[in-house]
Each structure stands twice: as structure tokens, then as C-alpha cells.
Design a binder for this molecule. Structure first.
Ligand SMILES: NC(=O)C1=CN([C@@H]2O[C@H](COP(=O)(O)OP(=O)(O)OC[C@H]3O[C@@H](n4cnc5c(N)ncnc54)[C@H](O)[C@@H]3O)[C@@H](O)[C@H]2O)[C@@H](O)CC1
Ligand SMILES: [K+]
Length: 484
């Protein structure tokens, strides 16, 4: 599913209006009605719609007219009087006023009229700077109301392109995205402000326009279960373990981490897991794993289709540099292995790095807070810097490639906030690559399944009780949940 930026949405709007001859006010009427329909699902008695000066405000005025027609008590709180609105927004307000919708102009510090539900139609994709004055005051009043807020297109104050929030922003429980989901509602922190996101059809044929434009590769996307279902390697009756590939996992000081990575790989279907150890294993391993111990250390990689290096490697990561340099297949670098990224040829395009925000910060020379405030930019910069596909972990993990592709993962919750889950994820990516999945696709599929397995484990065991090995156990259920 496409996630659109401001410019991409404007191009789609313009094409629909000028090349497909659908008037802007018709799109706005569809938008406003769709918002009203969503608002009325909860049968509110009184609805207050906060409207800005642009087209997002226009959507609000139309929603007000429809809610009024549906029998709700409605009032519009506007930052500018209707006569100061332009173009379609002016028409929208005119129709609402003519229908008898009451309105008032808001000044900073004014009290917000009481409502069962508020609609945030202050700013949409036009948002281009932090909130000030009446908008800032209104956003604060909305948030302080304690009542549910439905945002139109994007919560006011959230950057539509990045999800960044610099200053105040409206905290909606539900966001009605018009025609396509805005990228900023998918990425943290913006996704926390958006709440539940629903996309409504307003008459802009997004998918076909994007495909016809030949620019679909430029668009960010949400990873969906149908996408993962398509990507999952097919299991053939006429096959053997070699068909599904051999994955090598480097074993360091914390051996359990490598075992968790191996188990993640095995559960996504890798044919054989080979652990490259330097000491006898002190932790139990599944009997299916091949454990090779070289007490003098590894100087060349084990024969394998893909390699995972990093989970549990510990302080001695440097000892693995030569092995990494000599390995020609796709590699996953995680945790302590991330410091070895410089050993890999930047032009390989077959390396996946899976940093958490703190590791990403270290690699970029940023603070962790900076990474979390600018997650998309951080992931993009790291991908360019390293030449690797970056999986930036955290709520709504990002998958970003050096050539600019972006996928946002919607699965996963606090069940994953426990030691070892990152090791499982690194193994899952490696396990997919061992089955010859392209590294970018492997990262997308693994991150989605990992999140889904976490959610399912949490549902059954509670999020507090879920451990990394439980995530391993639930991978098969996550796969089953998307299999037909
Ligand atoms: N024909 C179209 O283009 C359609 C647009 N639609 C709606 O239109 C929205 C975009 O409308 P606009 O481009 O008019 O933009 P907005 O309504 O989001 O913003 C209006 C103007 O506010 C200003 N602004 C931005 N940030 C500000 C800030 N922090 N403080 C004060 N002013 C600020 C900008 O100059 C911007 O142009 C979409 O999000 C969607 O809701 C829909 O009605 C569907 C059709
Ligand atoms: K809005």
C-alpha cells in the first residue's frame, strides 16, 4: 500500500482535477462526507469541527454540513471567518453556512465549546512549520479536552512527509486519510498522534495513476500481509534442505543470542543452520543445527548461502573481520557486528543492517533522541553512508535502501521490548536470504512476520511475559495467519 508525501499527493490531486476533469470541490465533498460518515459511526450528539484556512479546513466545513444533515448538533470553530477563505474552501464554508451550521472564529486562549467528538481539520498536507498562535492554542485545547479527536488527513502539527513533530500536535484517536495514507501518519512519532488510520476513497484513482506514471518505485509503502504472502518462499514437494539454503551464524561470547538467531532463521524456513563457534557451546542448541567449533578462530567463512554476524558477538567482534571480508553472499549485520560494516564493499547492495535507535545514533554520530525524532532521515542517511539496506528497529520499523526505497512496518508491539528479540529478527532476515530472497524483500518479510509473531505471542502470553524464544515459537503462527 502506497504511503504518499505532500508533493506526491498534490500531483495526484492535480492530475485528477486537470486531466480527469473531476472538480476540486467534488473531491472535497467526497472527503468531507467520508469524514462525516466516520464521525457518525459513534453516534455523537454534539460534534465540534475545528477548521483551518486551507483545503483541510474546507474538508472540515463539508464534514460539518454532512454531520448537520445526519442530525447531529454541529458547530465549526474556525481560525478565519468564512469570507476570508479561498477557492474550494470558500465554497465549502458557504454550503455549510447556508445549511445552517453555526460557527465562531477562534482566538488564542478562547474556550473550546463542549463536544462528544472533535474533528481536527486545521492543517493537512499543507503543514510546513511548527504551530503558533491560534493553531497552537487550538491544538492544546483539543488535546486537553479529553474527548476523542478525529483528524482529517493528518493530525495537525505532524509533518506529512516524515512523521516528525516539532512543537505541538493534535493527538487523534483516529485519522481519516483522504485517497491515500500520508507517509507521516505511518512513521513514529507521527503514527502515535494519528491513532487508528483509515483510508477513504474520494475519487482519486491513486493506484492506477501511480502505476501509469511509472514512478511507483519512488513511493514509500506500508508492508502488508498480502505483500509478505507473495514474498514467502514457496515450499515444493520435490525439494530438499539444499533448496531452502544454508545459513551460517557467527557465535561470539553470548552464545544464546546466536542460537536465537538460528532459531528465527529455521522457523522462517531456512534449510540448514550452521553455527560458527570458537568454543564448545554452553547453551543448548536444537539438534538440527550443525555446530562447527574452531578453537583457533575462523579465518574463512563456513560454506553457506547467507551469513548472520553480530548477535552475541561481544567485544571480540574484530576477530570476525576477515571472515566477513571473504564471504561473498548476502550478510546480516546486527549488534556488535555493526562495527564491521566498513569491511564490506559499499556497492554490494546485499547487506542488511538491523540497528536499534541507539546503534543507529552511534553509527551516525547523532544522539538517540535525534534518531527517534527524525527516524526516516536517520535511516536514509545510514543507508547512504553504509551502502546497506537499513532496518531501523523500534515502533513501526523502517526498511530503507541506499537507492531510496522505503517500507514502513506496521506490525509489532511492546511484546518485542525484551532481550533477544533483535537476535531473532536478524536470524529471520538471514533465513529469508538463505532461501534466495532478495535482501530488501527478505528484510521486509522478516520484519513484518517478527512483529506479527510478537503481537500473537503477546495476545496469548501477555506482553509482559513474552520472551524472545516465545517470538520464535509464534513465527509459525504468524506465517499461518497469512497463508491461504
Ligand atoms: N483538491 C485538493 O487539493 C484536495 C485537498 N484536500 C485537502 O486539502 C489538504 C491540503 O490543503 P492545503 O494545501 O490547502 O493545505 P492545508 O489546509 O493543510 O494548510 C493550509 C495552509 O496553511 C499554511 N500553514 C502550514 N503550516 C502552518 C502553520 N504551522 N501555521 C500556520 N499556517 C500554516 C500553509 O501555507 C498551507 O498552505 C489535504 O490535506 C486535504 O485535507 C481534500 O479536500 C481533497 C482535495
Ligand atoms: K488535520
Amino acid at each position: 500500500m502506497y504511503l504518499v508525501t505532500r508533493d506526491q499527493m498534490q500531483a495526484l490531486d492535480n492530475h485528477t482535477i486537470h486531466a480527469l476533469f473531476v472538480p476540486g470541490i467534488v473531491l472535497m465533498d467526497h472527503a468531507g462526507k467520508a469524514v462525516a460518515d466516520k464521525v457518525m459511526e459513534d453516534s455523537p450528539h454534539r460534534v465540534v469541527i475545528c477548521a483551518g484556512k486551507g483545503n483541510n479546513g474546507g474538508d472540515g466545513w463539508i464534514a460539518a454540513r454532512w454531520c448537520h444533515q445526519y442530525g447531529a448538533e454541529v458547530e465549526v470553530v474556525t481560525v478565519v471567518p468564512p469570507e476570508q477563505l479561498n477557492h474550494d474552501a470558500a465554497t465549502a464554508a458557504k454550503t455549510a453556512v447556508a445549511a445552517g451550521v453555526p460557527w465562531r472564529v477562534y482566538s488564542p486562549g478562547d474556550e473550546l465549546p463542549d463536544a462528544d467528538v472533535y474533528v481536527d481539520a486545521l492543517l493537512g498536507t499543507g503543514t510546513d512549520r511548527p504551530l503558533q498562535g491560534a493553531l497552537q492554542s487550538l491544538a492544546a485545547a483539543l488535546n486537553d479536552s479529553g474527548r476523542p479527536i478525529v483528524a482529517v488527513d493528518i493530525p495537525t502539527g505532524v509533518n506529512p512527509n516524515t512523521g516528525e513533530v516539532t512543537g505541538d500536535a493534535v493527538r487523534a484517536y483516529r485519522t481519516v486519510c483522504l485517497a491515500a495514507q500520508k507517509l507521516g501518519t505511518a512513521i513514529s512519532p507521527g503514527c502515535h498522534y494519528a491513532g487508528k488510520v483509515e483510508v477513504v476513497d474520494i475519487g482519486i484513482p491513486v493506484a492506477s495513476l501511480v502505476e501509469k506514471s511509472g514512478k511507483s518505485h519512488d513511493m514509500a509503502r506500508l508492508i502488508t500481509h498480502s505483500m509478505v504472502r507473495e514474498l514467502l518462499p514457496k515450499r515444493l514437494n520435490e525439494s530438499n534442505k539444499g533448496t531452502y539454503g544454508r545459513l551460517a551464524v557467527a557465535v561470539g561470547a553470548m552464545q544464546g543470542a546466536s542460537v536465537l538467531a538460528g532459531m528465527g532463521a529455521a522457523r522462517v524456513g531456512a534449510g540448514l543452520i550452521a553455527l560458527m563457534a570458537t568454543d564448545r557451546l554452553q547453551v543448548s542448541t536444537p539438534p538440527e543445527f550443525v555446530v562447527q567449533v574452531r578453537p583457533d578462530g575462523w579465518t574463512e567463512p563456513a560454506a553457506a548461502r547467507a551469513l548472520v554476524m553480530g548477535p552475541g558477538l561481544g567485544a571480540n567482534a574484530e576477530a570476525w573481520r576477515q571472515v566477513l571480508e571473504q564471504f561473498k553472499g548476502p550478510v546480516v549485520l546486527d549488534a556488535d557486528g555493526l562495527q564491521l560494516i566498513g569491511s564490506l564493499d559499499k556497492s554490494r547492495h546485499s547487506t542488511v543492517v538491523t540497528p536499534h535507535p541507539k546503534e543507529c545514533a552511534r553509527m551516525l554520530g547523532w544522539s538517540t533522541d535525534e534518531v527517534q525524532a527524525h527516524r526516516l532521515e536517520a535511516a536514509r542517511q545510514l543507508a547512504v553512508k553504509t551502502g546497506a539496506i537499513v532496518v531501523l528497529k523500534g515502533f513501526h520499523s523502517l526498511v530503507v535502501s541506499p537507492d531510496g526505497r522505503v517500507h514502513v512496518n506496521p506490525t509489532g508491539d511492546s511484546s518485542l521490548a525484551t532481550a533477544g528479540t533483535g537476535d531473532v529478527l536478524a536470524g529471520m532476515v538471514g533465513g529469508m536470504m538463505a532461501q534466495s530472497l532478495d535482501p530488501y524483500a527478505a528484510a521486509c518479510a522478516a520484519v513484518w512476520l517478527h512483529g506479527r509473531a510478537g503481537e500473537m505471542a503477546g495476545e496469548q502470553l501477555t506482553s509482559a511475559s513474552t520472551m524472545a524464544s516465545d517470538i520464535v515459537d509464534f513465527i509459525s503462527r504468524a506465517i499461518r495467519s497469512i497463508s491461504t
